[in-house]
Design a protein around this ligand. Structure first.
Ligand SMILES: *Cc1c(COP(=O)(O)O)cnc(C)c1O
Length: 375
């Protein structure tokens, strides 16, 4: 292997000429902000999620924050979530004035360990934000059984899970709130953006208010503001990208599956035993394979491993460092050792390249590089 091979990043968006033309058309049209393309994307997404109301936003983060606001969650309330996620998942809880309560993760799925959730519920618990990590869904039966038993709202952080399924049904097509991100690294992207799947028209109207300064309009010059909203609307430029991406979602996810499958073939059945590293759950039913992770053995220093791979022309990510160990969270009383599984995963996980434009020889190149670096 040589370093003269092209650099392989851990992810890269696929953007076709049709999408580029659609964006150019928006730019020429004179209507750049939320308009017909946003409407068209919301209609398409609503169909995709089984007819449920869907509203778009300029990030997946604000999407979750707005779901919490719609649910009326604020100061004095506790929200249960996972320490293994992008920090946004917990930040939105603090943003609305509520208190994040972490529950450790399952060492195999890296999702919140639902068997530990009940022990974390108090009389102040109002909601749970689970993450479908890498697109591998949480056990939806168990999740919603707990939510029902304790009357909790659920905001699914489905940022990574577009196209994932549970028992044959799409994530987002059932359940309570489902929040998706269209940040550039996700399976469907709009550069930046997100959408929220809601339960009814009333929630959708409220979502529109929170999205744009709390404004409601009537007639030619009727306007009122009755809730404190922000500025979270998606542009038509972004929506045009999203429409182009949605056309190819199935194709993208199929390709991700094939590449993930090839990873398993190339690592082989002896890899874990021989190296002490851990492969992800080999789920080819429900997951959309948003990312392919391996957990490095304790003997390996992740930064060194990442540097060695970089020297071979391969870029890696790490998703994610345990949230509760960030300074902001330590200042709120969280410390080392509280969630040992998330802490171990957060220190040792790496994300291998996986995106639709890759081919099987790229996978082979990554696997042989990983094997040689772990020797
Ligand atoms: C990407 C992501 C987010 C945040 O989405 P943005 O669109 O970047 O705001 C939140 N949670 C998870 C799990 C994510 O992967």
């Amino acid at each position: 292997m040589t370093t003269s091979q092209a650099f392989l990043p851990f992810t890269k968006p696929t953007i076709d000429e049709e999408t580029i033309s659609a964006v150019a058309e928006v730019l020429r049209s004179g209507w750049l902000t939320s308009g017909p393309n946003v409407k068209a994307l919301e209609t398409l997404l609503s169909e995709y999620f089984g007819g449920r109301p869907v509203r778009t936003f300029n990030s997946g983060t604000c999407t979750m924050e707005i779901a919490l606001r719609i649910a009326g969650i604020g100061p004095g309330d506790e929200v249960i979530t996972t320490p293994n996620s992008w920090v946004a998942t917990a930040n939105v809880i603090i943003e609305v004035g509520a208190t994040p309560v972490f529950v450790d993760i399952d060492p195999k799925t890296h999702n919140i360990d639902l068997n530990r959730v009940e022990a974390a519920i108090t009389d102040r618990t109002r909601a749970i934000i689970p993450v479908h990590m890498c697109g591998l869904p949480c056990d939806m039966d168990q999740l919603y059984a707990i939510a029902e038993k304790y009357s909790l709202r659920v905001v699914e952080d489905a940022a990574q899970a577009i196209g994932s399924t549970w028992r044959g049904r799409r994530i987002g097509s059932f359940g309570d709130f489902a929040s998706f991100s269209f940040q550039v690294n996700k399976n469907v992207m709009t550069a930046e953006g997100g959408c929220l799947v809601l339960n009814n028209d009333e929630e959708a109207r409220l979502a529109e208010k929170y999205r744009l300064q709390g404004v409601s309009r009537s007639g030619l010059d009727g306007i009122d503001v009755d809730v404190l909203g922000g500025k979270y609307n998606m542009t038509d430029i972004a929506a045009a990208i999203g429409l182009g991406q949605m056309r190819r979602l199935e194709e993208f996810n199929t390709k991700r599956h094939q590449l993930a499958q090839h990873y398993f073939e190339c690592f082989g059945s002896q890899f874990e035993e021989q190296t002490g590293a851990e492969l992800p759950v080999a789920d080819f039913t429900d997951s959309n394979w948003h990312m392919f992770h391996i957990v490095l053995p304790e003997r390996v220093v992740r930064a060194n491993f990442m540097q060695q791979m970089l020297d071979l022309g391969i870029g890696l990510g790490y998703h994610y460092r345990a949230i509760h160990l960030f300074t902001l969270y330590r200042e709120r009383g969280f410390t080392d050792g509280m969630f040992p599984i998330a802490e171990r995963i957060g220190k040792q996980i790496v994300t291998l390249p996986l995106f639709p434009a890759m081919n099987e020889s790229d996978v082979e190149r990554v696997v042989s590089a990983v094997k040689s670096c772990l020797q």
